[in-house]
Design a protein around this ligand. Sequence first.
Ligand SMILES: C[S@@+](CC[C@H](N)C(=O)[O-])C[C@H]1O[C@@H](n2cnc3c(N)ncnc32)[C@H](O)[C@@H]1O
Length: 164
Amino acid sequence: MGQFDWTPEIYLERIRSQLPRYDELQDQAVAAIPFPPDRVLELGMGTGETTRRLIEAYPDAWVIGLDSSPDMVFRARKTYDDVQLARMEDPLPDGPWDLVISVLSINQLDDEKKRALFRRVRDHARSLVIGDLFEGSQLADLVEWSGGEITWQSGDLAVIRATY
Ligand SMILES: C[S@@+](CC[C@H](N)C(=O)[O-])C[C@H]1O[C@@H](n2cnc3c(N)ncnc32)[C@H](O)[C@@H]1O
């Protein structure tokens, strides 16, 4: 999508029509957070839909978001103070993090990049929450690579939580 032909509202409308349980997935991701976090890193922040819910649940949390799309970053910066144009497969902003969270973004990476990301997260974070759409063996692989557990599953959507 180009910078001027969409808005966060259009994005939400489109994603909700493709994924009718989008809101449930977001709620379940926030419900999986294992303890009140102070410092949070969000991978693939997008329009900040996960961020909004996280801050509602944990008003004291400080969220740093990253996204590889300049359009997404441009929009998200209108609402959130710390949004970085960066790819999650590159070095992450300095931790340590109480929580690394990512909804509907991790599955954009290939398996090797996912494994490398989880190794880095484990070294720099006390917990990890992933909400995504999983096909085939992807869910079992992510549970293994992250050292986590499934906290919610509905059809091909699931939430994984790990504490380190
Ligand atoms: C489907 S959106 C999800 C956005 C938001 N987390 C949500 O739940 O609505 C996926 C986001 O991940 C971002 N993204 C995709 N690949 C990425 C990468 N390698 N590094 C960082 N962000 C990435 C996209 O730009 C997009 O904003």
